[in-house]
Design a protein around this ligand. Sequence first.
Ligand code: COA
Length: 150
Amino acid sequence: MTTPENELSNSIANVGLPAGKIPQLRMMPAPSDANVYGDVFGGWIMSQVDIAGSLPATRRANGRVATIAVNSFLFKHPVFVGDLLSFYADIVKVGNTSITVYVEVYAERNRLQADTVKVTEATLTYVATGSDRKPRQLPPLESLLAGQGA
Ligand SMILES: CC(C)(COP(=O)(O)OP(=O)(O)OC[C@H]1O[C@@H](n2cnc3c(N)ncnc32)[C@H](O)[C@@H]1OP(=O)(O)O)[C@@H](O)C(=O)NCCC(=O)NCCS
């Protein structure tokens, strides 16, 4: 709801984040996700990136997917306990059974100062699978859009 009470929070919340895009996930790492220095484990971030990337892939596959490859992964800046992380995921390539997704992660470090840093980017490939866990042909995009009433 847009009220004067919410206006400040809403305006700060979007500073430094990609305009016009909706994050697939927002997470805040806890102390148990970090090493003794307070830096968040890379493996924890990779796990969240895999989940975020799987969301558009699952929608495009209209069903289950499995991660077949992490093509690239860049930890450009550290992530700290208490950062508010936003995970954006875009499909960049579609094959017969595979979907490749580009994931970007932004950290809001000091939310009162709107201090936002792009910390991670990665490209992952998912394969649509059937109940037999074998690769499955992707449905035509048109059939999915028609199902959405588009
Ligand atoms: C995913 C899985 C079912 C695919 O079966 P497969 O027989 O290895 O797959 P295929 O060789 O037929 O390739 C399937 C697709 O993946 C693509 N692919 C294969 N190797 C790839 C690689 N290294 N990088 C990117 N894409 C790759 C192929 O090009 C093909 O895409 P296309 O159909 O769009 O052309 C199987 O590899 C698997 O079960 N892997 C384990 C998945 C897993 O446990 N992930 C972690 C937890 S989700």
